[in-house]
Design a protein around this ligand. Structure first.
Ligand SMILES: [Zn+2]
Ligand SMILES: [Zn+2]
Length: 181
């Protein structure tokens, strides 16, 4: 199984490489690659009133991109701030189960909250959100355990509280659904 990482718009390549590395460790049987070409952020996804991008529209574009690659799954990474109707923002979105996943780095940077730059924390948060969305593509729903990576975080505090790994129950589901661990 191959997971291709697609940069959407300009994205810090150091962070993308570190996320890729960590995903390969967390999913040892999944081959992770970074696609050479980046995809521009679809203009039609932009909502000028909200100054945010409609996550589901970008996800639809990613889905089309999957066809052009050899990958089983594609994880899009963008700096664009994402939303879905009825929520003021989302850290990411994915098909559940499916092939397309998306995360935004915008609200994962400590600077977004007025905190000093911290690349280690930034990467850690990005890895958690990436594993969470990839977990959805494998068919996992949200988990009630606050420390499980499949916990739905609605704030950065909730992201910081959870681990980048699956709880025992979610882990057994991943094993059941597909052989990536
Ligand atoms: Zn989720
Ligand atoms: Zn769990």
């Amino acid at each position: 199984m191959e997971l291709a990482i697609l940069r959407i718009g300009s994205v810090n390549s150091d962070v993308v490489h570190q996320v890729k590395q960590r995903l390969s460790e967390i999913f040892p049987k999944m081959v992770c690659v970074i696609l050479d070409s980046e995809m521009p952020i679809p203009r039609e996804a932009y909502n000028a009133k909200r100054k945010q991008f409609h996550s589901s529209r970008i996800l639809a574009e990613i889905n089309q991109h999957v066809e052009k690659t050899q990958a089983t799954r594609v994880l899009g990474i963008t700096y664009g701030d994402l939303y879905v109707p009825r929520l003021n923002f989302v850290f990411g979105e994915a098909e559940c189960p499916g092939k397309a996943a998306l995360i935004s780095l915008c609200r994962l940077e400590p600077e977004f909250y007025g905190d000093p730059s911290n690349i280690t924390l930034f990467v850690e948060r990005s890895v958690k959100e990436a594993v969470h969305e990839v977990g959805h593509t494998l068919g996992l729903a949200h988990c009630r355990a606050p420390t499980c990576v499949m916990f739905f975080s609605n704030s950065i505090l909730e992201t910081d509280r959870k681990n980048p790994s699956f709880c025992e129950r979610c882990r057994s589901l991943v094993v059941k659904y597909c052989s990536v661990l």
